[in-house]
Design a protein around this ligand. Structure first.
Ligand SMILES: C[S@@+](CC[C@H](N)C(=O)[O-])C[C@H]1O[C@@H](n2cnc3c(N)ncnc32)[C@H](O)[C@@H]1O
Length: 290
């Protein structure tokens, strides 16, 4: 099965993801004075959404390592950074590879290594304390991949699992088929998305259970998308969201396609002509050793 993520969709999400992210990590960093000398390793980085958010929060890692197995997404990191930080940071690349240097006006540098690799097999050799992040990824992962991810916490490191989909989508106004469609959507979330059979929204409880067993501390915060069809960008995004749901579910065994079409047409009509709001549930989970 093709588990590749669409570059246009991942790039479109950056704005909505960044608005949704909780302050759980920034508060932790402030409280523990981790600003100095911190390194970041962003696994399943896609097109660099998490680094963009971190820089916008004033987190400027000395070194960042961004890992993903999709070269097409990795190649858009530079342009996304440039687009988001025009006149704020200088972003230079080495012509021979994907790596970047981000410099601020005082010539402080952040060296960004961009690595095309499978996150399950990627070995972290960094000896400096670091934050390991997985953004919008944990619900795509299998039990064994989550076990590997949790094993990456060493003494001083922090693991930050953000935008973990919790299986709940609420539309206002709702439609009588919303529940039916969501039940198939959540079933679809358990298909292979790059790590074998995914846990979907159940990954959140799995991480909580494992954290307890491993005696890790865990902090949890909500980070939902709350999107109303206000601007033309919102309308484009919401139409893409329902269209992707329709496409994903259309060939699933057992689905009633006429109900799916009806649901889709109703949503498109509401997004185009009425006021409609969607809340897509996510959680941010921060884990560290006691
Ligand atoms: C939903 S996207 C999230 C991207 C990014 N973290 C963000 O927040 O926009 C999931 C990412 O996981 C990557 N991925 C899936 N399986 C992977 C694997 N086994 N190793 C590395 N990356 C993987 C995909 O290429 C994709 O970029």
């Amino acid at each position: 099965m093709d588990s590749k993520f669409s570059r246009s969709w991942i790039n479109m999400r950056i704005h909505y993801d960044n608005m949704a992210r909780s302050r759980i990590l920034t508060e932790f960093i402030e409280k523990n004075d981790l600003y100095k000398n911190y390194h970041m390793i962003d696994m399943c980085t896609g097109s660099g959404s998490f680094l963009i958010w971190a820089l916008k929060q004033g987190l400027f890692p000395n070194r960042a390592i961004l890992v993903d197995n999709d070269i097409n997404l990795l190649k858009s990191i530079k342009s996304n950074l440039r687009q988001n930080f025009k006149n704020i940071y200088a972003i230079k690349s080495n012509n021979n590879n994907l790596d970047l240097t981000i410099s601020d006006k005082s010539q402080q540098n952040s060296n960004v290594s961009i690595v095309k690799e499978n996150c399950d097999t990627y070995e972290i050799n960094d000896t400096q304390p670091h934050i390991i992040s997985y953004s919008a990824a944990i619900d795509l992962m299998s039990k064994s991949s989550i076990d590997i991810c949790l094993s990456k916490i060493k003494r001083e490191n922090i693991l930050f699992l953000s935008l973990c989909f919790d299986g709940k989508v609420k539309w206002k106004p709702s439609h009588p088929y919303d529940k039916y469609i969501m039940s198939y959507f959540n079933k679809h979330q358990s298909y292979d998305k790059g790590f074998g059979k995914a846990l979907g929204y159940k990954s959140i409880d799995y991480v909580k259970k494992k954290a307890k067993e491993l005696e890790y501390k865990i902090k949890i915060a909500d980070s939902p998308w709350i999107i109303q069809n206000e601007s033309s960008d919102d309308i484009i995004f919401l139409k893409r969201y329902v269209s992707d749901i329709k496409k994903s579910l259309f060939h699933m065994d057992g689905i009633d396609r006429s109900m799916l079409r009806h649901w889709y047409n109703h949503k498109i009509d509401s997004i185009s002509n009425k006021i409609i709001k969607v809340q897509v549930g996510h959680k941010d989970l921060l884990l560290y050793k006691k």
